[in-house]
Write a protein that binds this ligand. Structure first.
Ligand code: C5P
Length: 194
């Protein structure tokens, strides 16, 4: 029942969520989708810093959190340092809960849990990621690709906790991998560290 942290970072639609859920289920770890925290603040509107300080479970239960608009709004509030600071302690406590935890996001291995036992950076080409988002949400394919690129730029270009692989992260490019193969590689990394 020791703490054990698996940090999974990467750009939008690279496969982090699917891999994180599978790894958590495989090892009986708790899972936190940290993108949902920022999405909830993005769709809530109002003062995002105040909202971050009082984020509640009903904010995370809204069913419009997965939309393209929610993702775009999330990446805007996520660039505000006070918002990130307000969410830091909750995420760090979750990461060190007894029995193991998987957190997926953009800055888990670099900022939230630099001491994580396992760090994965899950990525794929922008075209492949846009294709996956389009299969999930529909819409105009060119607009979905433009939105994926815009979000990459905001997430990688911001000053506070920009998206980048931690120096000691294992890079997992899922462009040409099936879900089963990507999950198997992630599971193997966790097994090595257990
Ligand atoms: O992963 P997801 O697409 O749900 O994340 C939505 C947005 O929230 C990201 O584009 C990013 O701007 C922000 N985010 C972040 N740090 C995290 C998780 C998400 O800045 N740890």
């Amino acid at each position: 029942n020791q703490p054990f942290t698996v940090a999974i970072d990467g750009p939008a639609a690279a496969g982090k969520g699917t891999i994180s859920r599978a790894v958590a289920a495989r090892f009986g770890f708790a899972h936190l989708d940290t993108g949902a925290l920022y999405r909830a603040l993005g769709v809530k509107g109002g003062d995002p810093v105040a909202a971050a300080q009082s984020l509640a479970s009903e904010d995370l239960a809204r069913d419009d959190l997965r939309s393209l608009e929610a993702g775009a709004a999330a990446s805007r509030v996520a660039a505000i340092p006070e918002v990130r600071a307000a969410l830091l302690e909750f995420q760090q406590r979750f990461a060190r809960r007894p029995g193991g935890a998987v957190l997926d996001g953009r800055d888990i291995g670099t900022v939230i849990c630099p001491e994580a036992e396992v760090k994965l950076y899950v990525t794929a080409s922008a075209e492949v990621r846009a294709q996956r988002r389009w299969l999930e949400l529909g819409g105009d394919p060119a607009q979905v690709l433009a939105e994926v690129r815009a979000r990459d730029e905001r997430d990688m270009g911001r000053a506070d906790a920009p998206l980048r692989p931690a120096a000691d992260a294992v890079i997992l490019d899922t462009s040409d991998l099936s879900i089963a193969d990507a999950v198997a590689l992630a599971v193997a990394e966790v097994e090595k560290a257990l």
